[in-house]
Write a new protein. Structure first.
Length: 351
């Protein structure tokens, strides 16, 4: 009798591809769908982990596309106000519903109804990107005017990106009960006021996440025929959960849903690929070495491993030419050096 597993590639066997390798040599990327040239406009969005990828791509000389750059500002002010964190100053886009909502708002097919949130100091913030102005806005009108300018840049990102890298971050979110507006943070964390009449907690299911991601991809392709999308899943655990269960269990649920949704999209669309940075960081092969002391933040060595695999497979021609490249090199001065995560505000204000 023939054995169907006989003759399969080494990467298909745990012992050959994981347990007998030095952890630095672990490489789970197989058959990438496309490559990224240094002339391609590469745009990013998503969770905190996406910022690591963005900084490294820019430092490696790729054409990192940042139309909303704030380059007219001095360095410290630019960093403080969140310019250069992503391709546009949209802050963290944790959920696929939030991403879809932003796309529709940028192309004027959806109107967000949530008004500016008032802070305890009398300043206002944008509910959809609550931390992009540390000092807040002096009025709701000023916030709305700035959001209008911001959306023009968001539209440019979707229209002009050759490669759009999106890191799926969370399934848990908060939304307006009437309008369905979804926020990266709950009202009341850094601004606004929470009440059960107007707001509700939402933990998206795999069906909902997958449907939102699919619809976004279809809409994106319609306005940008040449775009390719690279999906990743954030390996950063939840900082807190609103579910009545352990945060580790909630994290497992959230990341599992996001991973399945990414797989479904990559399977359905030949111009969408999944890059396994999640598996590289979280895999037990590295014995937790890619996490910082808090077991949540990602160590720079882990990011370097991710980028080695990316360069090897998605930019192979360039990788051959930079075999001596220092993957721990300093990032571009035009990019924020530390990841900025809206989620951190939960822990800062909850105690």
């Amino acid at each position: 009798m023939s054995n169907p597993y006989k003759g399969l590639a080494d990467f298909q066997f745990w012992r050959r591809a994981v347990s007998t390798l030095d952890y630095h040599a672990f490489d789970p990327v197989v058959n990438p769908k496309f490559q990224v040239s240094k002339s391609d406009c590469v745009a990013t969005a998503g969770s905190c982990f996406a910022q690591h990828l963005a900084r490294r791509l820019a430092s490696m000389g790729f054409n990192y596309y940042v139309p909303e750059s704030g380059e007219e500002l001095v360095g410290d002010e630019r960093v403080a106000r969140g310019f250069g964190v992503f391709s546009a100053r949209y802050g963290n886009i944790y959920t696929t519903r939030q991403l879809l909502q932003l796309f529709d708002e940028a192309f004027s097919t959806r109107i967000t109804h949530e008004q500016a949130w008032l802070r305890s100091d009398g300043r206002y913030i944008d509910p959809f990107r609550p931390n992009i102005e540390p000092t807040g806005f002096k009025s709701a009108e000023a916030m709305n005017a700035e959001r209008g300018r911001h959306l023009k840049y968001v539209k440019q990102v979707f229209l002009n990106a050759d490669v759009f890298v999106y890191t799926l971050g969370l399934t848990e979110s908060w939304m307006n009960r009437v309008s369905g507006d979804v926020f990266p943070l709950a009202p009341g964390v850094v601004g606004g006021s929470y009440n059960e009449k107007d707001y509700v907690f939402k933990n998206f299911s795999v069906t909902e996440v997958s449907a939102d991601l699919k619809l976004f991809l279809q809409k994106l392709k319609k306005v940008n025929h040449n775009v390719k999308v690279l999906l990743t899943v954030s390996p950063v655990p939840l900082i807190a959960t609103y579910e009545m269960r352990h945060v580790a269990v909630a994290t497992c649920y959230s990341k599992s849903v996001l991973r399945v949704a990414a797989e479904m999209a990559a399977t359905e669309f030949d111009w969408v690929d999944y890059f396994p940075s999640y598996e590289i960081i979280t895999g037990n092969f590295n014995l937790g070495k890619y996490y910082a002391d808090d077991l949540r933040e990602i160590h720079s060595n882990g990011v370097s491993h991710v980028m080695r695999c990316f360069m090897r497979h998605y930019a192979e021609d360039h990788y051959k030419n930079i075999t001596r490249y220092n993957f721990n090199t300093k990032v571009s001065p035009n990019l924020v050096s530390q990841p900025i995560c809206d989620e951190e505000s939960i822990a800062k204000t909850a105690f």
